[in-house]
Design a protein around this ligand. Structure first.
Ligand SMILES: [Mn+2]
Length: 668
């Protein structure tokens, strides 16, 4: 495997796309790849394209920035009457100002962008499996080993191991038809309008590949966190970055091993990365820190690049992914960017755009009120802000695994909340922090990165023992307590069981919000996340919630994990919440997560099904009578203790099976 990797890497550099942009020194350096024994690529030689403070690894002194800016803020307060203006100014003073001037990218229709490969990219192995991201399907002989690898790693590692680490990929980037309207606007953008008029007749589509970017882009450290990752999917991530990133911008690739215990991630990995002469580094955590804190550790370790680019450990970057992703950050250091994330099939390794979004497949990152990640179609408001479909657009939130942020800015933001554990909620924390404290979060259509989604049947990675119960729920509570202001009630309405969770000390984070004059969540919901409530309306208040127990029995209503039309049943009460946790709200919905209870097709048995805000408003709970009434039928909630069924029947106050109690259950 490693032989194949090295050989194909050599092929790659023979075809280097960027040769005409590179200086003589760079060409020399490239020829040294791979592993010619020279240290031409050593860290000490890496020079940023744009001089920048802190690139040599001096940590940003947050406290002194705060002190300095506080003094400035106080100065500013004198004599300024307009309060709004004052707040705005104070806010932006809390971060280091942008000093570097970076020109806007220019679209020249028909003129190949300056960062584009001049010819189709070479195959890793000519005609090999999975080249051009064509599906690679294994025969039935492999069934057992494939299943075993999915269980262990979440992907079909058997197929992955057969595909070149340097394979070519398909180009999924957007194109758009040239309209008269856009054509005239184009004159404003392009210096070489004559060129574009001439070439329009040849190629009537705008494409990502016609964008031209100033070459004074910031440099990057690519940070990849992994825990017990499969070999070839991890290394294909690294290979793809090296293959498709212009060398002069790639300061280093920093691998953070979050306490893996698989043999292939030890010496074999150390040996393998030697071929890149220090360009690729591995740091190992001494205990399992979890994805979130391991990313913060990655920020500390990656000191060479001006920008930190975070990638999941099972990705492949797309053609010319770098310049479009980094240009907005070079322009404005408080901008954080996210590539469009494509779907790599974990079975056959084909790559397609993600489903969903608008007619172009564009989506904004969002959440529902229980803080689950959602994608919603790009709004008209955002569309109207752009001249071209291929321009970056604003998103309220990111998915979390893939993003780019200026290193110093990330430190100024305090990295991730150190109280967040393992997994979950950190994507919202960073998104809210960026937006509410004066930064921007952009999705970049012309920067594409494929991500392999875990397949069903993966055994997963259990959290380490030292982490207490419900780390993800605690993270959610920290995030809403710090950032959501009065909106946090909507979270607790959706997840009442989290009300008593001990979420730890958040005073530091509250202080951060204050020191940086961060805006309210209400401002954020109105100005940036204005479209979320039309997809996920604010939930009504709860009337009651908890387990629904047969009165004075040990049996509770249990969804059995059924959703979308399954039946609920009666099961022994376990007081763990989950499938036995329900809530009844002021809109008369009896719910579990985003599902409602209603009567089934036979008019009697109770089923559970997905519901919107105005659906299945059917229930009333009379606490003193121990009775649930089904309003449309006038019947009462009933149960059969023998068959464990739950249904509605004619109300009869003498029937014990129609008596219920609802007891709160708090997560611990
Ligand atoms: Mn992932």
């Amino acid at each position: 495997m490693s032989y194949m990797g090295i050989w194909s890497l050599g092929m790659l550099w023979a075809f280097s796309h960027f040769q005409d942009q590179l200086t003589k020194d760079d060409k020399e350096a490239n020829r040294l790849l791979p592993n010619k024994g020279d240290h031409g690529l050593g860290n000490e030689k890496f020079k940023p394209v744009v001089p920048w403070p802190h690139v040599e690894g001096v940590e940003v002194d947050l406290e002194s920035i705060r002190r300095k800016n506080k003094a400035k803020n106080e100065l500013n307060q004198h004599g300024v009457d307009n309060k709004q203006q004052n707040i705005l100014q104070r806010q932006y003073l809390t971060f280091k100002p942008q000093t570097f001037v970076y020109p806007d990218p220019v679209l020249r229709p028909g003129v190949l962008g300056n960062f584009e490969p001049k010819e189709p990219e070479p195959h890793g192995v000519v005609g090999g499996p999975g080249e051009e991201a064509k599906p690679y399907v294994l025969g039935p002989d492999y069934k057992e080993s494939v299943q075993a690898s999915i269980k262990e790693f979440g992907f079909n590692m058997v197929a992955s191991d057969m595909i070149s680490l340097d394979r070519s990929v398909n180009d999924l980037r957007q194109e758009e038809k040239l309209s008269a309207n856009i054509s005239s606007a184009q004159g404003l953008l392009s210096n070489s309008i004559n060129d574009s008029v001439k070439t329009n007749t040849i190629d009537s589509f705008y494409r990502c590949k016609y964008w031209h970017y100033d070459e004074n882009l910031l440099t990057s450290s690519v940070v990849i966190v992994f825990h017990n990752e499969g070999w070839s999917t991890l290394m294909r991530t690294v290979h793809s970055v090296i293959k498709r990133t212009p060398r002069k911008y790639l300061a280093e690739i920093v691998l953070i091993d979050d306490f893996s215990n698989k043999a292939h991630l030890q010496e074999r990995l150390d040996d393998y990365i030697k071929q890149w002469n220090g360009l690729v580094k591995v740091f190992r955590n001494e205990r399992r820190e979890g994805l979130i804190q391991a990313r913060s550790i990655g920020a500390q370790k990656a000191k060479l690049g001006q920008v930190l680019v975070y990638l999941d450990a099972h990705c492949e970057v797309g053609i010319n992914w770098y310049a479009p992703l980094i240009a907005p950050i070079s322009k404005d250091r408080t901008t954080c960017t996210v590539p469009l994330i494509d779907y790599i099939d974990g079975n056959d390794y084909s790559i397609e755009p993600q489903q969903g979004g608008d007619e172009d497949g564009f989506a904004r990152g969002a959440w529902d009120w229980s803080l689950l990640w959602k994608r919603i179609p790009l709004s008209h408001k955002e569309k109207s802000k752009r001249k071209h479909k291929t321009e970056p657009y604003r998103s309220p939130a990111m998915a979390g695994g893939l993003f780019a942020i200026e290193r110093d800015f990330f430190f100024e933001l305090g990295l991730y909340d150190p109280g967040l554990q393992i997994w979950g909620g950190e994507n919202f924390e960073i998104s809210y922090k960026i937006w509410q404290c004066g930064g921007k979060l952009l999705f970049v259509p012309c920067s594409r990165v494929g991500h392999i989604y875990r397949l069903q049947g993966w055994q997963g990675n259990p959290p380490p023992v030292y982490v207490g119960s419900s780390p993800t729920l605690k993270n959610y509570v920290r995030v809403v307590e710090v950032w959501w202001d009065e909106y946090k009630d909507y979270f607790y309405a959706s997840r009442p069981e989290t009300k008593a969770l001990p979420y730890g000390d958040i005073s530091e984070l509250k202080r951060f919000r204050e020191d940086h004059n961060c805006k309210s969540f209400k401002w954020f919901m109105e100005e940036i996340a204005y479209d979320i409530t039309s997809y996920y309306p604010l939930p009504p208040k709860n009337v009651d919630w908890g387990e629904i127990r047969g009165f004075e029995t040990s049996y509770c209503i249990d969804s059995m994990g059924h959703t979308n039309g399954g039946f609920v049943e009666l099961g022994p009460c376990h007081r763990m919440g989950g499938n036995q946790l329900f809530r009844i709200n002021e809109a008369n919905q009896l719910m579990q997560y985003d599902q409602c209870l209603t009567k089934g097709p036979d008019g009697s048995k109770i089923m559970i099904t997905h519901c919107n805000q105005n659906e299945f408003k059917e229930w009333q709970f009379f606490k003193n009578l121990h009775r649930f009434t089904h309003i449309p039928s006038g019947k009462c909630l009933d149960r059969s203790e023998v068959l464990h069924q739950v249904f509605i029947s004619e109300c009869d106050s003498s029937k014990a099976t129609q008596k219920w109690e609802m007891n709160n259950i708090l997560s611990v």
